[in-house]
Ligand binder design. Structure first.
Ligand code: FAD
Ligand code: FES
Length: 536
């Protein structure tokens, strides 16, 4: 628990069915979670270590405790981390059996520390300090890797939570300190040689060797037993005129977010792009309340068009408009205009109109940073095997990897996918087979706008012709997506707002190969019951 309060709580065994779980909120807002299998009970800190959700409000499916917010998953008997976006397992407490009841003393934590005594004479080099690079290093250390770990990154900061940049950070609700992954002293606490502001300029995969160049241009070579490349993605700059002007921004790093934050005060902001980044930036700047106006420009009349249906898109547009965002739909940007000082003054659109603007934020997609790996044998991403291996001891992961998951081989730009890759790579390096393979994992994504989280599980060719339940306008819906229109086609993705358990249940069915067909959903399939029955 985050604070030092110690609780001694007595819980009746009869409150919890076998195969179930229940959480108990304490007066100081801490939570105790109890799981039960037959006569075996386990007690945990019931706040998800990712962002503090009450795990008791999630679902228990088989041996998995699944978080309601971002589907972090934990083993129900010992709290081991099974699935990110959480990055560590649950704190477990000792239990005293009192016959019909149990007593939990939160001061009696079960020590889960592992000795870092595996592979002590090896060296792992990780290129990239984003989600995938961080997770690899962190997981290696937490599962006993005792070799040397060098993490090299161009960033001037230790690994941080990138998704929060366009959410809490830009909205001014969270500071830099709280974005650092694993806390301020993560690298030294975990004996990781973290090398900031260094660029890997060349990789020789056959020799597992890299060339590092520092800011002064000095270069150095290093050779590894395991080489992990996780260089992420960079914003795409669209081809219209004016993108180089003073006042044009992209958002990938904490510095980018800080620059946008500093610059947006009293400014007329135009956001180009209606994907999740564009929509999150609009929401965060609106919540920060400093911009003079916010306009989002989009080619089509839909937002997040490759993720949600037109109905859900309309509900999101309505929400943004209610908060004060203006949309300029159905037009391309022709040019970003400047004044005599070379500063942004407006945006000319293909319909002949011009929007007044002091700053422009480009949310126009990203491209994978695959330039260091000439082995890229697909136009979009590094082809790797089911262990994310490019060749013996060389791994490519995160946004650059065209890797397998339950839905097939694809490159996905999601935070959880990057973390899954780190988890699986660490297990591959340690040669451990007790970790689910990538082929058993499904993609999951979330976006937060005005404090509401829209979540998406799986991967579908299109969000159109889906089946919708609930009311997107009331921010309470679940929508199932299919790759074709057949009645017997199983749903391959779903998105939801406010229907946490249903989305978890769908994710679990998808993961186990039992996602419902269109016909089953039409017939009134009880998705939560099915997920629990099938996982028993
Ligand atoms: C603002 C923002 C919000 C997002 N929100 C969400 C969200 O809500 N949900 C979601 O699922 N996904 C979200 N994403 C996407 C998610 O953050 C990415 O999918 C994820 O960060 C990919 O992780 P990665 O480790 O592959 O790459 P990155 O996190 O991009 O890290 C790459 C690292 O490599 C370093 N690097 C690159 N080249 C070199 C080199 N030559 N030498 C040394 N270092 C190098 C970079 O400096 C960086 O540290 C968001 C992305 C952004 C930018
Ligand atoms: S709060 Fe549990 S995974 Fe995010």
């Amino acid at each position: 628990m985050s604070n030092a309060t110690i609780h001694t709580v007595t819980i009746s065994k009869a409150d919890i069915p076998s195969g179930g779980m229940k959480s108990y909120k304490q007066d100081d807002d801490s939570i105790i979670l109890i799981t039960r299998d037959e006569d075996e009970f386990s007690a945990f800190d019931g706040k998800c270590p990712h962002a503090g959700a009450d795990l008791g409000a999630g679902l228990r499916c088989g041996n998995r405790v699944i978080c309601p917010w971002h589907h972090g998953s934990f083993d129900s008997s010992d709290g081991t981390l099974l699935e990110p976006v959480a990055m560590r397992g649950l704190t477990q407490y000792e239990l005293t059996d009192e016959g019909d009841s149990l007593t939990v003393n939160t001061a009696a934590k079960i020590d889960k520390r592992v000795a870092n005594d595996k592979m002590t004479d090896t060296h792992t080099i990780i290129v990239g300090g984003g989600g995938a690079g961080f997770m690899t290093a962190n997981q290696l250390r937490h599962t006993g890797y005792g070799g040397k770990i060098t993490l090299i990154t161009q960033d001037d900061k230790a690994p941080y939570n990138r998704p929060l940049l366009s959410k809490m950070f830009l909205a001014g609700k969270m500071d830099e300190k709280h974005l650092m992954l694993g806390g301020a002293d993560w690298a030294s606490n975990n004996n990781i040689d973290l090398r900031l502001q260094q660029t890997v300029s060349e990789i020789l995969p056959n020799e597992r060797r890299i060339v590092i160049t520092d800011e002064e241009g000095n270069s150095e070579q290093q050779t590894a037993d395991f080489l992990v490349v996780a260089t992420g993605a960079a914003p795409k700059i669209p081809p219209f005129k004016g993108t180089e002007l003073n006042g044009v921004y992209t958002l990938r790093s904490m510095d980018d977010a800080q620059d946008i934050k500093n610059a947006s005060d009293s400014k007329h902001v135009v956001i180009v792009g209606t994907g999740f980044i564009g929509m999150e930036v609009a929401s965060a700047l609106m919540e920060a309340g400093k911009a003079a106006s916010i306009t989002v420009v989009g080619r089509s009349r839909r937002v997040m068009a490759n993720i949600v249906s037109e109905t859900v898109s309309n509900a999101l547009i309505k929400l943004h408009k209610k908060k004060g965002v203006t949309f300029a739909f159905g037009a391309d940007v022709n040019e970003i205009n400047s004044n005599e000082n070379g500063k942004v003054s407006g945006v000319s659109l293909s319909d002949g109109s011009t929007l007044a603007a002091d700053m422009v934020i480009l949310g126009t997609g990203v491209a994978p940073r695959t330039e260091l790996l000439n082995e890229v044998n697909a136009p979009d991403g590094v082809q790797v095997d089911e262990h994310l291996q490019l060749r013996d001891g060389v791994y490519a992961l995160g946004d650059i990897a065209k890797a397998t998951n339950k839905m097939g081989r694809m490159r996905i730009e999601h935070w959880r996918v990057a973390l899954q890759h780190g988890l699986v790579t660490a297990a591959a390096i340690l040669n451990e087979d007790n970790v689910d393979s990538l082929a058993e994992r499904i993609p999951f994504f979330w976006t937060a706008q005005y404090g509401k989280s829209l979540r998406y599980s799986g991967h579908a060719a299109t969000p159109d012709s889906g089946i919708l339940f609930g009311s997107p306008d009331n921010l309470d819906y679940i929508e199932y997506y299919f790759d074709d229109t057949g009645e017997d086609t199983r749903a391959s993705a779903a998105s939801s707002l406010g229907r946490d358990k249903e989305l978890i249940a769908f994710s679990e069915l998808l993961r186990s190969g039992h996602a419902p067909t269109r016909a089953q959903i039409h017939a009134g399939f009880d998705i939560i019951e099915q997920a629990q029955v099938l996982s028993r």
